[in-house]
Design a protein around this ligand. Structure first.
Ligand code: NIG
Ligand code: FE
Length: 417
């Protein structure tokens, strides 16, 4: 693996000390940075960095090391997108138009659209085609700066369908150099044939899907869409404790549309993260405050559905750790552009650029248990990094929300083409 030296960096930002896994509350406000810096990447890892004055001559004068001049640019750790559904069969812009004309997301779902619509199409599509489509999306988001990603199943909703999706994710893991985590979301919606016998579908998840997933080692985590009209808190608890028996830790969808008790049930089951969080009051804040569970906010889903944003400001001020993710999916967030997530977090959630940047990198890594290898400029972490275009400040990225300011992406120290 070629070694690479970035010199004359305008600002190297996102530096954290080794061993710091999660930034909580007001810790999110500070961002380690060095102006006029160098960064040396060796064997795919961050080997050393510092101000240009401290660059060792042995590295500087070694002609075997490729050098890139980064004058006027920011060098940053890659984004870590800890919540996506990028394996799906087709986009759903016709539902988008129905919502423009007044139908709600829930009404569309009740009429057999939404997740069930994607499930039908996933059923009809071959594993190969699903893989090819997801591959295209993954290449796109890496070019936008994503250097690690979590991907969920959940449009299969049958034994064969869920296994097919999880096999696609497994192939993506094998085909890409970025870290990928796989989450089993069989409990995304009740298939129509189980509408009047929900317990039978839960038993299918527990007695057939989970053992099959374990057999092929297809998942790292288990997820449930805990929401009124989908899975209630008791059903969620039952599925999460079954998942635990198969070694799957929880990362769940909670409190997007209602006060569903999802945050409390996630915390009670030691979830790594509870995600969405549009509906958060004092009880939910209390539950999160006294836990190891991180709150993952998905503001582009609230943006796209036109629902109220998450109370991120209050949560951070109360001392909670927040991660931000894209939720890239065909129904509620058809974009995996993390610079856009960064921008809405600042403009709509009133997170400062430093807080939001920590949430799309450092805390995102924690939300998928990659805190030791991703999420910051730290010696020994993966050399998955972004070089921006020439920009005057970090704030300029969310400020210029429609522009792509990501110039180059490096994965394991190699330029991503
Ligand atoms: O995270 N809320 C549940 N699941 C997805 C949306 C799924 C869909 O509409 O296809 C989400 O928003
Ligand atoms: Fe989601």
């Amino acid at each position: 693996m070629a070694d690479l030296l970035l010199i004359e960096i305008g600002t190297l930002a996102g530096i954290t000390r080794p061993g710091k896994l999660k930034l909580v509350g007001n810790e999110m406000a500070s961002l380690g940075r060095i102006n006029h810096a160098y960064l040396y990447m060796k064997n795919g890892l961050i080997d050393s960095f510092g101000s240009m004055e401290t660059l060792p001559l042995g590295i500087k004068n070694n002609t075997a090391i490729e050098q890139i001049n980064c004058k006027g640019r920011f060098v940053l750790p890659c984004y870590v997108d800890s919540h996506t559904h990028i394996v799906f069969a087709r986009t759903r812009e016709e539902e988008f138009e129905m919502r423009i004309k007044g139908k709600s997301y829930e009404e569309i779902a009740e009429a057999g659209g939404g997740i069930l619509n994607s499930a039908r199409r996933t059923h009809e599509m071959s594993e190969e085609e699903l893989f090819q489509q997801a591959l295209g999306r993954l290449n796109e988001v890496i070019s936008y700066g994503t250097g690690a990603i979590e991907i969920k199943s959940g449009y299969g909703l049958s034994l064969a369908g869920e296994i097919k999706m999880l096999r696609v994710i497994k192939r993506l893991k094998e085909s890409f150099e970025i870290p990928i985590k796989s989450t089993f979301l069989g409990a995304h919606a009740f298939p129509a044939e189980f509408k009047n016998n929900q317990q039978a579908y839960i038993e299918l998840i527990i007695n057939e899907m989970l053992p099959a997933i374990q057999k092929e080692n297809l998942a790292d985590y288990i997820d449930v869409f805990c929401e009124n009209g989908f899975f209630n808190a008791e059903q969620t608890a039952e599925i999460l404790s079954a998942g635990k028996k198969y070694g799957l830790k929880a990362k769940i969808h909670a409190n997007q549309l209602n006060y569903s008790g999802g945050i409390q049930v996630g915390v009670a089951n030691n979830a790594i993260s509870v995600d969405h969080l549009e509906c958060v009051g004092d009880a939910e804040i209390e539950a999160l405050k006294n836990s190891n569970t991180i709150g993952t906010i998905l503001p582009s889903a609230a943006f796209f559905l036109g629902i109220s944003y998450q109370p991120a400001r209050k949560m951070i001020d109360e001392g909670i750790a927040i991660a931000l993710a894209s939720d890239f999916n065909p129904g509620s967030s058809p974009s995996g552009n993390m610079s856009f997530v960064f921008a809405i977090a600042c403009t709509q959630l009133k997170m400062t650029p430093e807080e939001a940047f920590n949430a799309v990198t450092h805390n995102g890594a924690h939300a998928m248990e990659l805190g030791k290898e991703m999420g910051s400029i730290t010696i020994g972490k993966k050399a998955n990094i972004i070089i921006t275009k020439q920009i005057p400040s970090l704030a300029f990225i969310p400020y210029s929300f429609g522009s792509n300011l990501i110039d180059q992406v490096f994965i394991n120290g190699k330029k991503y083409e």
